[in-house]
Ligand binder design. Sequence first.
Ligand code: GLU
Ligand code: ZN
Length: 467
Amino acid sequence: MGEIITRFPPSPTGYLHVGGARTALFNWLLARKTGGTFILRIEDTDLERSTEESVQAIFDGLNWLGIDWDKGPFYQTQRFNLYKEVIDTLVEEGHAYWCTCTPDEIETMREEARAKGEKPKYNGKCRKKGLKPTEGAVIRFKTPLAGATAFEDMVKGRISIPNAELDDFIIQRGDGSPTYNLAVAVDDLTMKVNTILRGDDHVNNTPKQILILQAMGEEIPTYGHVPMVLGSDKARLSKRHGATSVIEYKDMGILPDAMINYLARLGWSCGDQEFFTRDELIEKFNPDNIGRSPGVFDQDKLVAINHDHIQNKPTEEITNALIPFLEKIGIEAESRTQLEMAVKTLAPRSRTLVEMAENARFYFEGVKSYDPKMAKKAFKPEAISALTEMKAALSEAAFTKESLEATFKTVVEKLGVGFGKVAMPMRLAVSGTGASPDMYEMLEVLGKEETLKRIGAAITHIESLSA
Ligand code: GLU
Ligand code: ZN
């Protein structure tokens, strides 16, 4: 095989869901890894269910994930002439035929088959009639009566379906429109797609697509059918398991790189490695390592991997990603330098960008209240002297990590108390909580003026408590 050509052909009948995104990702990774081509095709032949908004939602989802396409988007609705040509040729060459059976007749055939204990299907009644085109009639494909249609599946191994189990399926509907399998076969052929990774809900379509390609005298692509994504109860992932639209994870503060890392691992593995950068995924992806059993979607795992990505990425990048989340809660940092310093302190303790924005509040909004549980322990009357000493010492100190550390040490020694007796009230005074970033880094971010102001306010607060 020369260059690998893959595709993602969503039906635009809703948002981009987790399973679809994973399929897109696998095909994209394979193309990027091999220097091949990744095609986007919009399968919008179902006019009733396809919408403009869904097309846009698919673009938005792929764009957010950073899955870019080399060709397309192609729209099946713009390719009806091509399908028509192929269908006409198949009829001319005797691979397909017109059928005028009514729905009632078809139902009778199905019942007859059932009565004989066979699979209900069309019985080939019009096969030899040589019917001419008629208004409202369908066109059926002449499936071989004997033999089997087989292929080597990249994930599932050899799959072989006896042709007797397939019927003469419809390739053109009564209204003249092509059916799904016909359009897909023609598209994959004309777009030179040679490698297809898709959900295993399509396994039953594959023999039909292969038969059409073979009738046209063409080679068939390599297929790999990936098991479905399941929810925690092992049922197919659906809305009741939580968010199934990938874009919802954007709003939850998941990084696109974490999302693709998690999606890739949901059905594919590389030893026991869990964390992958985008480049590593491209380098290491191999369809041979797609698992045969379905992946179970676990939001906690996604959030955990997101935490790893937040810590792994350059501060600048996380800062850019965080800004919209800060804006959403009304925070506008005046200084980029200060914001980046803040991000550095928050990264180890934030699992999502939503969390990080919340954790950043105290830096930019000041301390509005003190955590009552912590205050009970840390804001006892003796904290006044500790804070007063710290305030005096800090007003002379340089706000660098080393100098802040030395200042704390001096004050603790001078007061002859344990470190916590100074650190606890300090932490609460400047952040309002007990769970805040590293003390010295935090004070560096706040700067001298703000730190002294907050210590002063805490002293006043404790005095008012004991008064
Ligand atoms: N349009 C199909 C879907 O959304 C994909 C078909 C394929 O991958 O061949 O499920
Ligand atoms: Zn018929």
